[in-house]
Design a protein around this ligand. Structure first.
Ligand code: GLN
Length: 404
């Protein structure tokens, strides 16, 4: 067993496995409140108990074989050395065209697009490059868990606005009330993890006016851009030219092409902001997997590789939702991303972390407790289930949930 390094009155000690190392000077954790992410915790528990894992968000079906063939071909063709720091030109050119067609904003592929090792690295790099000690960064709770640690590591402070419960909409009056002269950045996430909420055109217009009024940067986490349901339109920050000028928009190939393990994404941002981001990017990643970038450039040349994703996931949401009709769980509206929230308050008043663990141990089904997405661990008795799975897996999951 790995020993656990503890902190006590300025001294390190081994809690397990000894020996105790009294007297060795050390310093406290830079992230004292951070433990292992809930995704890792729940996936491990699911594996230990042989549970159906709808916790951590990843597709339970293979990516297109053609994409693996293209990577293999690129490797055989010798594309195995460092890519240019900001990404291979063919891929950046294609993404610039994609952004222009989808959202109408022209990004310069050489100065305004950076290929990253996934969305999380992009977010960490942006925050490290642009947020200063003493700044405040505003975001919305519940929130994906990687924003706050990145902000705190800069010596900056997170300010939170809770999405309204139970509809998870943004209260812009509250946002205005939280802005101070120190506010530097707003982080938005649409479609939203974990709630599946999608920001509307009115939201974007509110955001733009607040950002302009207070001269704020916007970090727009849009990794689920291609997963929007019921005929809705993805409201990218890049659709609004005045907003795009102060925004860094983050995307993920993993979410779009069902290969989250590739850890590849990109950032689109005006040249001055991209230049700052690249100063950090070049020293923490330098450049991203070369053959995969060439393969993606070739693959994405055909827009049908990503244009039908919303429909595919909408059908999965509907399979899962229909199979849950009549259960004791209450379904929250899921209009984007690949998560379904289930309110279990009609079943028990157990805490959500305990309940999620008990479902895994006793019923062999795993979801994510939503309290972990709140800085104050607010427990609305809601679990998140990922429906990016094979239909038979969704039906088996629903059958278990029906029995609870
Ligand atoms: N984005 C994934 C989710 O929300 C998890 C990624 C991770 O495990 N860090 O489930």
């Amino acid at each position: 067993m790995r020993p656990y390094l503890g902190w006590c009155e300025g001294r390190v000690w081994w809690v397990e496995g000894g020996p105790y190392l009294w007297g060795m000077p050390t310093r406290p954790s830079k992230l004292p409140h951070v433990g292992t992410t809930i995704f890792t915790v729940m996936s491990k528990l699911a594996a230990e108990h042989g549970a159906l894992n709808l916790g951590q968000g990843f597709p339970g079906f293979p990516m297109d074989q053609r994409l693996s063939d293209l990577v293999h071909a690129q490797m055989l063709a010798g594309r195995n050395q460092y890519a240019p720091m900001s990404g291979v030109p063919e891929l950046r050119a294609l993404l610039a065209k994609k952004m222009q067609v989808a959202y109408g904003f022209s990004y310069d592929p050489d100065a305004e697009i950076t290929i990253t090792a996934g969305g999380t690295q992009a977010i960490f790099t942006i925050i490290t490059a642009l947020v200063h000690a003493g700044d405040e960064v505003l975001s919305f709770a519940p929130a994906y868990d990687c924003y706050a640690p990145a902000v705190e590591l800069q010596g900056a402070t997170m300010k939170w606005v809770n999405l309204r419960y139970p509809d998870y909409r943004i209260d812009w009056h509250q946002v205005r009330a939280q802005i101070t002269p120190r506010t530097r950045m707003i982080i938005i996430n649409t479609p939203h993890n974990p709630t599946g909420m999608c920001m509307t055109a009115e939201d974007m217009s509110e955001l733009q006016s607040i950002a302009e009024e207070h001269d704020l940067l916007v970090l727009s986490d849009e990794v689920y851009e291609h997963i929007v349901f019921d005929g809705g339109r993805h409201e990218s920050a890049a659709r609004y030219p005045e907003l795009a000028k102060r925004s860094l928009v983050v995307y993920s190939f993993g979410k779009t092409f069902h290969n989250t393990g590739w850890k590849m994404g990109y950032v689109c941002a005006p040249a001055e902001l991209t230049a700052e981001v690249c100063k950090v990017h070049q020293y923490n990643v330098f450049s991203v997997n070369t053959p995969a970038q060439y393969a993606l450039a070739e693959y994405m040349g055909d827009a049908s590789t990503y244009s039908g994703i919303s429909e595919m996931y909408e059908a999965k949401r509907d399979v899962f939702n229909r199979a849950l009709q009549g259960s004791r769980f209450r379904l929250k509206p899921a209009v984007g991303a690949y998560f379904q929230l289930l309110d279990y308050s009609g079943i028990t008043d157990e805490g959500d972390v305990e309940f999620a663990k008990r479902l895994t141990r006793e019923h062999k089904i795993t979801g994510i407790p939503c309290s972990v997405f709140f800085p104050n661990l607010q427990d609305d008795k809601v679990l998140r289930f990922c429906f990016a799975k094979q239909d038979d897996e969704l039906l088996r999951a629903a059958e278990i949930l029906q029995s609870i």
